[in-house]
Design a protein around this ligand. Sequence first.
Ligand code: MSP
Length: 501
Amino acid sequence: MTDVCSVYVTTPIYYPNDKPHLGHAYTTVLADIAFRWYSLIGCEVLFLTGTDEHGLKLQREAEKHGVDPKRFVDSMVNIYKEYWKLLNIRYSRFIRTTDSDHEETVRHVLNELYGRGYVYKSRYSGWYCTGCEKFYSEKEYFIENGKPLCPIHRRPLEFIEEDAYFLKLSAFKDYVVRILREGDTVYPKHYALEVLSKIEIEGLQDIAISRLKNRVYWGIELPFDPQYTAYVWIDALLNYLSGLGYPRNTDKFNKFWSNSIQFIGKDILWFHTAIWFSLLAMIGIPPPKKLVVHAFLTFKGQKMGKSLGNVVSIDDMAKRYGTAEAIRFIIARISNFDKDSEISWDIYDSIYTNDLVNNYGNLVRRVTTLAKKILEGIVEKDLDTDFGQTVSEIRDKAIESYNELKISEAVKHVLDIAHETNAYLNKKEPWKSSNPRPTIYTSLEAVRISSLLLYPVIPETIEKLFVAIGIEIKKGLEQFNMGFVSRYIIKESPILFKKID
Ligand code: MSP
């Protein structure tokens, strides 16, 4: 691993029509963990998240509340920021599509697209879902009582017909197919294959990128025709570029774009592949380095979301476990790129109790207590190389998992270290031994390494722990070596996680 790397981690920008729920936290926490992992190993990392504020959905939500859209989104954005603070999300920038630099980037890109001949005017008609901000084709929507329904929101679609500006995506079909087939941008790869088969069946159609301003006034005006606003998805996708100062700050852009890692849920895969890759190619930009796609949190098999009324709130979880950090841990543990995870308090409680309280938390308490009782808290370096080797092997697997962004696997390896160390203590019984120091020192090192590995997941807890055991968290991989610490001075034996009632 190099310590001169630069990484750009992003989340989707969320519609601030309501407060974030566990589904939004899922993506944001995973991206934050990746961001913190790269920082921990010494990379220079930028982490962008934010809100997607324009379009018909937000316009209508504001109208429903009887306020001007800007005032409405301003208030919602503060709520988003509070939740991200609660969850210890350490973004470098919170981007809003109403930020003036973002709007400027959008106008610049729209002018470029127009100037390069990728935009033309024609008539459009189709069935639209405001929830998704997307037109659905006949093959995609359901029919119920003779009416087309959105496959995601299960609400009636609206028929829209108007003159519109189109983007020539069709000209980039071969390009997108090549990237999806040959490249390794989309991760896991099967999502690339899904998009490929959709393109095979439906082709890659041009899309309408404008909305008549007298219908959708809440958007960025097209620089080449003030009667229209920009389609909200084009506006939103460009946040990943404006977040790097594109097109003004070329140094920053060049440095980070080639190492961009975009986290998304599978619901917005099409936008982030077929549309996004074509749009980028039109302005001469390669696709992001990685598009990390995760599956859904589901409730009775259906995607959890506000419109289906099956939302798990961040507040309920924080209350249940007494700490928002437990939510981060649970998300990391259940995260799954391939398969949907069904929401279950039984599973969440058992992760909290078994993994955090009984396994890892108990180990920390046990080892630090032994160090204080048996060695008065002062433990000089004295490594048991056999057990040191066992821990190092599992640590390597955890590091590899993190580097492949397999966060749940990384966490499982950490729990293995904790489990092994508890078993090691049971076997060695340092409380009976005439030479307890190697066992205690080596167990402390195992605690330190498992905690460093958990630092991206539960940062606040680990910072407190490291203060208690007198260790500073550094940057770089060297600190992950067993035997790195020459002497421990243990101040406290903390109880990191309390049992739930
Ligand atoms: N505004 C668009 C994204 C524009 S990005 C250029 C949008 N916003 S959203 O508010 O609907 O949030 C979508 C994202 O939230 C999903 O892609 C996913 O990452 C996350 N999730 C929302 N509900 C979720 C689940 N039930 N399960 C997992 N993730 C979910 O789409």
